[in-house]
Design a protein around this ligand. Structure first.
Ligand SMILES: [Mg+2]
Length: 442
């Protein structure tokens, strides 16, 4: 049986701090008092003051989880100079080289990463670049208000530099390395009739996978959106380009190419046809329903699925009914352990029909990746054709892994077949699926 199912823990480490975020430094710090607005005029009485030329715009995305702000009136240019914020344009708020926290009641503290940064931004403006800040900020409440105010203060020191800022405040399609903020940017530029030239655009970030970097999300983000990448040292200090870095975590490029079914010499559908139960086993999102539809439903098998029916007793009853009616069926559930599978093995015994087990070998990392792809990264062009699914909670994957028992012939199957994952889709879908899709700090 495949060892792929015995996947190790994901790289979505619980312990690793989301170091790109200001959360830990901001927690508990209170920003200056904000003038009260009558609730009739505002849903959020905590909105920060607008500072000079800077303005927070309406948040983007279905859940408003992508903040969007503008300094002056940014012009859309085909050349985009994109920057991470913390540890890139400004000093980080915690960790090595962090700025000292502001005292209570004082404006939020911040410092440029190096004194030359504002000058470099001014140069880019003169060269006709659109300047864009791309930041992960999974913070809420007072911390978020303080942070939003800080961005206004930063903008106030470069009053002649128009820029846009995008900030992902949730762990969703906007969070780097997920490409959501870039998608919003390209959409906004398109509305202005501007197609971004990726070859002359670039992204600078400090989460670059170097020794001592807390993550590699910035470098992965640049790879995902397919623009050149620099570290702050390379870009602002003109240091030589570092070729030594590590991109950790799951990447589909590392998957080995296996045949869809193994063993391949036994038929998927027995000839001559006879009544049977086919039991699927595997993580959510590793292709079970697609295989069921294509190979079994098309041959008259009944599709039995707990997501549709609601409960296991209903699935068990549906299998019984299928047996009584003389039809074959597929139990398309995760069927993680012997106890769960026994319900169906017992029905096969009772009706004296064979039961075969199809084990989907896709690992937990692949399953989670596919989950992120379907919920967050389908190309727009596929949205009408392919069903966008809600994100299946991470717990569904870990609980499968923790209680998984490898199927064995001794449970009563006439055959156990492995089904290996093969991506199917258009070129554009494959490009989006092949990206680094990770939500760190889960
Ligand atoms: Mg950073």
């Amino acid at each position: 049986m495949s060892s792929a199912l015995q996947a190790g823990p994901l790289t979505l480490s619980k312990k690793r701090p989301a170091a790109d975020d200001d959360a830990s430094s901001m927690e508990g710090s209170r920003g200056p008092k904000v003038a009260k607005v009558h609730p009739f005029f505002s849903n959020s009485p905590k909105e920060p003051k607008t500072t000079g030329t800077f303005q927070w715009q309406k948040p983007l995305g279905a859940r408003g989880s992508c903040l969007h702000g503008t300094n002056l009136t940014p012009v859309c240019s085909s050349k985009v100079a994109a920057f991470d914020l913390d540890g890139t344009l400004i000093k980080p708020s915690f960790g090595k080289g962090a700025v000292k926290k502001a005292s209570k009641g004082a404006p939020p503290a911040w410092e440029w990463w190096r004194d030359t940064v504002p000058h470099a931004l001014e140069e880019l403006r003169l060269e006709g670049y659109s300047i864009v800040i791309i930041s992960n900020q999974a913070i809420k409440g007072t911390s978020l208000t303080t942070w939003k105010e800080k961005v206004g203060l930063i903008a106030a020191t470069i009053p002649s530099v128009p820029f846009q800022i995008f900030a992902a405040v949730a762990k969703d399609e906007y969070r780097k390395p997920m490409p959501g903020m870039w998608n919003e940017l390209t959409r906004i530029f398109k509305e202005d009739g501007i197609e971004i030239d990726r070859t002359v655009s670039f992204f600078v970030g400090d989460a670059a996978g170097r020794d001592g970097d807390f993550a590699s999300t910035d470098r992965k983000w640049a790879l995902n959106v397919d623009i050149p990448f620099f570290t702050p040292e390379e870009y602002f200090l003109k240091q030589p380009v570092q070729t030594k870095f590590k991109l950790d975590g799951f990447n589909v490029a590392d998957l080995s190419q296996l045949p869809l079914f193994s063993p391949a010499h036994t038929p998927v559908i027995p000839e001559p046809r006879k009544q049977e139960i086919v039991l699927f086993v595997g993580y959510p999102g590793v292709g079970k329903s697609t295989i069921c539809e294509r190979y079994f439903v098309s041959k008259g098998y009944e599709h039995i699925n707990q997501d549709t029916l609601g409960t296991r007793p209903k699935c068990v009853a549906a299998v019984e009914k299928s047996m009584q009616e003389g039809t074959s069926c597929v139990v398309d559930n995760t069927n993680r352990d012997v106890r769960t599978r026994k319900y169906y093995v017992d029905i096969a015994r009772k009706f004296e029909v064979p039961i075969r087990c199809f084990v989907f070998t896709g690992s937990m990392e692949l399953a989670w990746h596919n989950n992120l792809y379907r919920a967050y990264n389908l190309p727009l062009s596929s949205a009408s054709r392919q069903e966008k699914r809600d994100l299946v909670p991470y717990l569904a994957f870990t609980s499968f892994r923790n209680s998984y028992e490898e199927p064995s012939l001794s449970e009563g199957y006439s055959e156990i077949k492995q089904v290996n994952w093969i991506f199917e889709g258009t070129e554009e879908e494959k490009k989006n699926w092949s990206m680094w899709l990770q939500i760190e700090g889960k």
